[in-house]
Design a protein around this ligand. Structure first.
Ligand code: B12
Ligand code: SF4
Length: 607
């Protein structure tokens, strides 16, 4: 972990340096439109993502105010090769990507690479994909070299440390990419854990990747820059390839991003083997104080009129004492003379286990402004994974939430051994469980097929054991299909059934009849929430069917080829001191060791 105050100190030091460097930066959130379907059909575009906003906020707070955030969700024609900010090609170009948006991430980096080398910005990749698979932003094909200059496998602190090192040696108004290459070649980056950079030949072909290790995590999330900053940098939605003259004005932020995602806590005490969250957080649980959360919500409400928030929590109820601290503070907090809960509503993710543990405090949760909670129900009968859930416990948690005016939103996982419908006392079937959840008060439903998630314990084995598909009926499995809406890893003899089961469960849940019922006998105490979720669900289902029905047909045709190798880096990797690279997956070739002689300022300070 970072020492308390380390991030604050770094931000302050950068503010002093920033004045001498007139840097311009563009950060893009990669988004593949093919992923638009259930379960998150509107949340994906109507909530400006917190990751790119956090990176932008860190830069702005450190004194780099010529920064713009582009969301591919809103600007699908944006081309980095044509971007100009403050009348010039930016000094830094960054891309943030989830695993499923990797194709767009690559296209953006390739396009930025078309800028002539003299003016080419320093290209930095980061985000949920890069954190686990940094090698994928470097081409492994010598005949087709493209790539980022550096991948950040961490959070704000890593990026700001990199900038501090670069600006400490930048000569005059030398291009930042040139500075980067000097720093890289002299080993100055090796003391910043959380980077992966390529050593290239004269033609720019990556010969090896150097991994500087696992990032150190920020423990006290109150040290983060204020989220209000990131919103000031958003590029207005447009069909243009270029950037507009001004960012989105404050008065229009709520129109395009009515839900504000906020980091409140990070981490989860469970260790589900299919989930990357425990490893990402290095088994730590990190929180903001209640006071800080209240101040953030109040300021975002005041400045942008935001009334609805979504916590970027992995499990908000994870730690009773810390959860209660936030809830109690929010329930007492006031804004313009009125309780803050009258001005804002929010939702987040929790587990069934912890909801029951906090049953005495659900009234407080409602009082603190919570109106909906997403719960990982997975398979209610625990046939897939046991994390303390059961049919009785789940229905009880749902009933309690509903009684307290909080909408319970189930997230289910379908798997090979789960049938569509079963008879008998135990509700094993997918439809049986969807029915139970609806009766228990669910107004939305998420059904995903269990799929290998990068960074999880089961990831490598899913490939080496032949569970994951390479292609089906001649069509290759692409990265955008790893969103768990497609059956791409299964041992079921008729996997098309799994694909159709998911559609059937959604159709059972979202349909015109249920919409009419929701109007007259709503499940939620919130006015029209049930009916509106039905409308959104039906629209999302139409997209899900449109996108996945063809895949179901291919699955029926058969000819399934399976993967046998882990999708590891094909470029040799090593750590800065020559040992195995921290981020390498099994099967990664290891490169030889070249001793770096110069230490970075960060490393010297650590000494
Ligand atoms: C909120 C959320 C959503 C919201 C997103 C709404 C929105 N537009 O913001 C909704 C509900 C729509 C959603 C949907 C999905 N999600 Co989601 N989601 C989350 C969640 C819980 C929080 C995201 C967040 O805001 N985090 C807070 C920010 C600050 O963190 P961050 O994005 O990681 O950014 C930090 C670092 O990564 C880094 N960073 C980020 N970008 C960059 C760029 C550069 C250049 C640098 C240097 C650093 C950097 O710095 C940031 C600050 O610390 C995360 C889990 C988590 N706790 O992060 C999952 C998560 C992002 N989701 C995930 C998944 C799989 C999905 C879905 C595919 C699920 C599904 N099957 O439908 C869909 C995809 C929908 C789509 N079409 O894109 C995965 C992604 C896995 C991966 N490796 O790519 C995550 C990580 C959860 C997990 N399983 O681990 N999700
Ligand atoms: S409870 Fe949820 S967040 Fe926690 S490890 Fe399991 S799947 Fe991941």
């Amino acid at each position: 972990m970072l020492k308390p105050g380390e991030l604050l100190g770094l931000r302050q030091r950068l503010r002093n340096i920033a004045r001498r460097h007139d840097l311009t930066t563009v950060i893009v959130c990669a988004f593949d439109q093919r992923t638009r379907m259930l379960p998150f059909i509107f949340a994906d575009t109507r909530m400006a993502p917190a990751g790119v906003r956090a990176v932008g906020a860190a830069l702005l707070d450190s004194g780099f105010n010529k920064t713009r955030i582009v969301l591919q969700q809103w600007n699908r024609n944006f081309r980095p090769s044509q971007m100009r900010l403050d009348g010039r090609i930016p000094d830094i170009f960054m891309v943030s990507s989830m695993q499923i948006h990797s194709d767009e991430c690559e296209a953006l980096i390739r396009d930025a690479g078309r800028i002539d080398p003299v003016h080419r910005p320093l290209i930095i990749a980061g985000g949920p994909k890069t954190i686990y698979e940094p090698w994928d932003v470097f081409s492994a094909d010598p005949l087709d070299p493209w790539g980022a200059d550096v991948a950040v496998t961490g959070e704000e602190y890593v990026l700001l440390s990199l900038l501090e090192v670069l600006l400490s040696i930048r000569a005059g108004d030398e291009s930042l990419r040139t500075t980067f290459m000097r720093a890289r070649n002299s080993g100055m980056l090796d003391g910043i854990p959380g980077l992966v950079y390529a050593r290239t030949d004269r033609e720019g072909v990556a010969e090896e990747l150097v991994d500087t290790g696992i990032q150190r995590l920020l423990g006290d999330l109150d040290e983060l820059p204020h989220p209000v900053l990131g919103y000031q940098l958003l590029e207005p939605p447009s069909r243009k390839a270029t950037l507009g003259p001004q960012p989105l004005p404050a008065s229009r932020i709520r129109r395009y991003s009515p839900i504000g995602s906020l980091v409140l806590t990070l981490g989860c005490k469970f260790a589900c083997p299919y989930c990357p969250i425990p490893a990402y957080n290095q088994r730590q649980y990190r929180v903001k104080s209640g006071q800080r959360v209240a101040a953030e919500m109040a300021r975002l409400q005041r400045e942008y009129g935001l009334r609805h928030f979504f916590g970027a929590d992995d499990n908000f109820f994870n730690h009773e004492q810390r959860t209660l601290e936030i809830l109690e503070t929010l329930s007492r907090a006031e804004m313009d003379g009125a309780p803050i809960r009258k001005k804002v509503r929010w939702a987040t993710e929790v587990t069934v286990h912890d909801t029951l543990k906090l049953r005495e405090h659900l009234a407080l949760a409602r009082h603190a402004g919570i109106r909906a909670l997403w719960l990982g129900v997975e398979d209610m009968t625990a046939a897939l994974i046991k994390k303390g859930q059961s049919v009785d416990k789940t229905t009880e948690a749902f009933r309690l939430l509903q009684e307290h005016g909080i909408c319970p939103m189930p997230m289910m996982m379908h798997h090979d051994t789960q049938p569509l419908l079963t008879r008998g006392p135990k509700p094993y079937g997918l439809l049986n469980q969807a029915r139970l959840l609806r009766r228990a008060g669910a107004i939305s439903l998420q059904v995903l097929m269990i799929t290998p998630a990068t960074g999880s314990k089961l990831y490598a084995e899913a490939f080496t054991s032949g569970l994951a598909y390479e292609s089906v009926a001649g069509r290759r499995v692409e990265l955008y299909m790893f969103d768990a809406n497609y059956v791409i890893a299964s041992r079921h003899p008729q996997p098309w059934r799994k694909q159709l089961n998911i559609m059937a469960a959604y159709l059972y849940f979202y349909n015109p009849l249920r919409f009419l019922l929701a109007l007259v006998r709503p499940k939620s105490k919130l006015y029209l929430a049930d009916a509106l979720m039905q409308l959104a669900g039906m629209w999302g289902l139409a997209q899900t069917i449109r996108r996945t029905l063809g895949w179901a047909v291919r699955l029926m045709r058969g000819n399934i080829k399976r993967k046998s190798q882990v999708p590891a880096s094909r470029i040799p990797m090593r750590s800065a001191d020559g040992a195995a690279a921290s981020h390498a997956l099994p099967g990664t070739p290891q490169s030889g060791y070249v001793q770096s002689s110069v230490k970075s300022p960060a490393a010297s300070r650590a000494d």
